[in-house]
Design a protein around this ligand. Structure first.
Ligand SMILES: Cc1cc2nc3c(=O)[nH]c(=O)nc-3n(C[C@H](O)[C@H](O)[C@H](O)COP(=O)(O)OP(=O)(O)OC[C@H]3O[C@@H](n4cnc5c(N)ncnc54)[C@H](O)[C@@H]3O)c2cc1C
Length: 214
């Protein structure tokens, strides 16, 4: 089902630079141990190439693969000639007893020109990148909603990435009747995973604005 939403007028007071600086969350700490791995694939994920699918070949890094225990975890990347690392949510599901483990991590990367994310999107399969030697964060603590009957999941833009990991994990399978995904995108040119999600066996609501066509 497609739901078209007219934008609502919000009256927000602009924050001062100092308030913005103190409100911005601190980035996670960079790891002390790094691993080197080749990119398996790099390709646009959306019609306007604002998002990229990036897949990292971890066939030589069993420990790193095994450290992915929960959807919502992420990995630090140190890109060639980039002055600081970036962190990317893992878009592929954690290994589970019911699925054969893939030897790669998938990512959905928002290509921001002039930043390390753009350097990553401009690399080619086979290029080597430095990534943290183990995944970071606890991920979504789904055990806390193990008994929930109706689960509403919200994501916008590149934020769909860790949600894809969740949806493709055992979580949806075990909540087959009660998971609804609300996915907000600026327009359909900027929507990743279009083909996959339309065939999913969960309630799926796509929210986008017909007024935001840039
Ligand atoms: C947990 C987490 C998960 C994320 N997952 C994704 C994802 O799945 N996909 C995605 O596209 N993005 C993701 N991001 C965002 C991504 O890590 C970058 O923040 C984003 O690409 C913007 O990068 P940026 O270069 O503007 O720098 P930011 O990290 O947003 O930092 C803002 C500015 O601060 C300065 N700066 C930051 N760190 C340093 C440093 N160490 N040294 C010097 N200057 C610095 C730079 O001038 C930079 O432009 C995630 C971020 C986090 C924290």
């Amino acid at each position: 089902m497609l739901l078209r939403c007219a934008p609502r007028r919000l009256h927000l007071r602009p924050l001062s630079a100092a308030a913005l600086a103190s409100a911005a969350p601190a980035p996670p700490e960079a790891p002390t141990e790094w691993a080197e791995a080749p990119l398996a694939s790099v390709r646009p994920a959306t019609a306007d190439a604002s998002l990229y699918h990036v897949s990292l070949d971890l066939s030589a890094h069993g420990d790193l693969l095994a450290s992915h225990a929960a959807a919502g975890q992420f990995l630090p990347f140190r890109l060639p000639a980039a002055p600081y690392p970036i962190f990317l949510a893992i878009a592929s599901p954690p290994p589970s007893p019911s699925s054969s483990a893939a030897a790669a991590f998938d990512f959905l990367v928002k290509r921001l020109p002039g930043t390390p994310s753009a350097r990553l999107c401009d690399l080619r399969p086979g290029d080597l990148v430095h990534v943290g030697a183990s995944v970071v964060g606890r991920g979504f603590e789904v055990s806390r909603i193990a008994e929930a009957r109706d689960v509403l999941v919200f994501a916008t833009g590149s934020g769909i990435s860790p949600i894809r990991s969740l949806i493709e994990s055992d979580f949806v399978e075990s909540h087959k009747t009660g998971v609804s995904l609300f996915y907000g995108v600026r327009n359909l040119q900027r929507m990743a995973y279009q083909v996959g999600y339309i065939s999913l066996s969960l309630h799926f609501v796509l929210l986008y604005s017909i007024y935001n066509s840039w």
